[in-house]
Unconditional design. Structure first.
Length: 611
């Protein structure tokens, strides 16, 4: 009689799991700018190695397609080779027994279409396109292309003013991004090959905590050009454009609706995430950078016609952001105490805190704005706060850290519930939210869509309902002026220029739809450069910071340093900043983990791949 055995904790499968984990990390950090054909071949060979060998299409077909694609990569292919790749992949996709062959072939077919120009270049020119060439991941993935390895090295040298100056070369909001940036720069950090990405945001925060931004002098502006630029909107996009244009020597007039600058940084992000005195550090530095004048409490298109601004200046930049909240088209949405998330955050940003003592607050949505509303309601003494979301928690667009913080502060996440009705009491105020349970279903685009589940509707008591399902743009005055818009989003090229009207540029949330702070900053930077070119100049700006020479890579496995937070049971009682300071030891250790990809590895590669 044969025996049964427990799984061997030292067996091959366990060892293979470790190899697979490291392999997945290598895929995650594939450098931006890599040849897509190289990446496709790597994926195809991985799939071929996973085949069980029972079905011919998978066993024999995938290696054959890989060999044909290698011919393309090596510059030995013809158009006939491409036809054969497409034919073989189509056959494999339709006849493979399992998902391995189907998926691998499907990815090949998608790649032939997505990267048609790259395939053509390899066949006709025997080399990659000129745009191909590995880039430093963190710099490439930062929308503003800040020299991240450089300022990390300066932090490691304890030159905090130098780090701030180097950040400002591309981003005049070092403090704002140290507090609230969603850090896309970390996504493909090559440190992942060893353990975890560098905590880039934490090191930026350490720099501005050690040396406030307004204590570091901005570069000296160029001589005056006599040119005048109107900047409509004093948020991150508008102030970034104003900063760089002022340094170039132009005269800037910023038109701001509120009595203070900052846009959604001030009126959309609660103080516990980004203290406004820290925002003021960035703004003071920006206003001191050159000839910048601000007209407050003025809404362009309402108080002053857009045409008047256009005629007054040599060029204008429209960075009005996404200032209003979207609503839900459900019965009872007009009930009292049903409020827009944007409006309530604006109210809180102005220092007018609502009193929710003893009340049940329901927030509808799953993004960072929804988390901000829910966490603010807790701080306004709500008895009970719930977030209602129609998809799964893993589908929420909010940062995982924000979701985790909300849960730690006692907020209930209620997922797979779609709002269908708001009931009213005898005074016309909201009484409850009725939802239809959902089930996750087939994919639409990049994520699976929900659909109604065969379950009874549910009711959630609600004294206050906050709707956080998106933001909208007040585009009408600008459309009337002649700037084209689609779904209220102002239309411009990737260069931020409005082709229909000379001298008009637009960027940030009003030109992309609601997005992140760093993307708005990037738009302001691009607009400033292109406005300068439009006016007939080609200014260069100085940066006094000198990046230290790289040291030898520290390759010992080292855990990632995280920013600590005040205990949830304490921090939820006030609007004071939740994050704690890094210690000097923590910051220096984290800075040492940087592999200096700007000098080693992918940063040393220049230009395309010749064959």
């Amino acid at each position: 009689m044969s025996k049964l055995y427990l799984a061997d904790p030292s067996g091959y499968d366990v060892k293979m799991d470790e190899i697979a984990r490291h392999f997945s990390h290598k895929v995650e950090v594939y450098p931006p700018g890599s040849c897509p054909i190289t990446m496709q071949i790597s994926m195809l060979r991985t799939a071929a190695n996973q085949t069980c060998g029972k079905c011919v299409p998978c066993r024999d077909g995938l290696p054959l397609v890989a060999r044909l694609m290698q011919k393309v990569l090596d510059g030995r292919a013809t158009e006939k080779t491409l036809d054969n790749i497409r034919m073989m992949a189509t056959m494999i996709r339709s006849s493979a027994d399992c998902a391995i062959g189907w998926n691998a072939a499907d990815e090949v077919l998608k790649g032939l279409d997505l990267f048609a120009d790259e395939y053509k270049s390899h066949i006709e020119n025997k080399k990659c396109l000129e745009s191909i060439g590995q880039k430093v991941p963190c710099i490439s993935l930062c929308p503003a292309h800040v020299n991240i390895p450089g300022y990390i090295a300066l932090v490691g040298e304890e030159d905090y003013a130098g780090a701030i100056n180097l950040i400002r070369k591309d981003n005049p909001f070092p403090t704002a991004c140290a507090m609230v940036c969603e850090h896309p720069c970390e996504e493909r950090c090559r440190r992942k090959m060893l353990e975890s990405p560098i905590n880039i945001r934490a090191l930026k925060k350490y720099a501005v905590d050690m040396m406030p931004a307004d204590k570091v002098a901005t570069p000296k502006p160029n001589p005056s050009t006599g040119k005048s630029i109107g900047v409509i909107g004093g948020g991150p996009a508008g102030l970034t454009a104003a900063y760089f244009l002022a340094l170039m020597g132009h005269k800037i007039e910023v038109y701001e609706t509120h009595d203070k600058l900052g846009g959604m940084l001030r009126y959309g992000i609660p103080n516990y995430r980004f203290p406004k005195d820290r925002l003021d550090e960035d703004i003071r530095a920006i206003l001191n950078s050159g000839d910048i004048h601000v007209t407050y409490n003025t809404t362009i298109g309402k108080d002053i016609p857009v045409k008047d601004i256009y005629e007054k200046h040599d060029a204008i930049f429209v960075g009005i952001g996404a200032q209003t909240g979207k609503t839900l088209r459900i019965e009872g949405a007009d009930a009292g105490n049903v409020v827009s998330a944007v409006d309530i955050l604006d109210q809180i940003g102005n220092g007018n805190l609502p009193d929710y003592t003893g009340k049940s607050v329901v927030v509808i949505g799953g993004g960072n704005v929804a988390m901000d509303c829910a966490r603010s309601a807790v701080r306004c003494n709500a008895e009970e706060v719930s977030i209602i979301y129609r998809r799964r928690q893993k589908d929420m667009t909010a940062l995982e850290s924000e979701i985790e913080s909300a849960v730690m502060e006692g907020i209930a996440l209620v997922t797979l519930q779609a709002p269908v009705e708001i009931t009213k009491d005898e005074n016309g105020n909201c009484k409850s939210l009725i939802t239809q349970p959902q089930m996750i279903s087939a994919y639409r685009g990049s994520r699976p869509a929900p659909k109604d589940a065969a379950k009874e509707k549910q009711e959630f008591k609600a004294d206050v309902i906050m709707i956080a399902v998106g933001q909208d743009i007040v585009s009408a005055p600008f459309e009337e002026f002649g700037i084209p818009a689609k779904w209220n989003i102002l239309q411009a090229g990737l260069d931020t220029e409005v082709k229909e009207i000379p001298g008009v540029f637009t960027g940030g949330d009003c030109a992309t739809g609601p997005s992140t702070v760093i993307r708005a900053i990037a738009a302001g930077k691009v607009a400033a450069h292109n406005i300068d070119e439009y006016l007939g100049y080609h200014h260069t700006l100085t940066c006094e910071a000198v990046v230290p020479e790289p040291k030898e890579n520290m390759r010992d496995l080292m855990g990632r340093t995280e920013i600590g937070e005040r205990p949830a049971n304490i921090r939820k009682k006030d609007f004071e900043h939740v994050e704690e300071l890094l210690t000097h030891e923590e910051a220096m250790q984290e800075a040492c983990r940087c592999l200096r990809c700007d000098h080693f590895g992918c940063g040393a590669m220049v230009g395309g791949r010749d064959l």
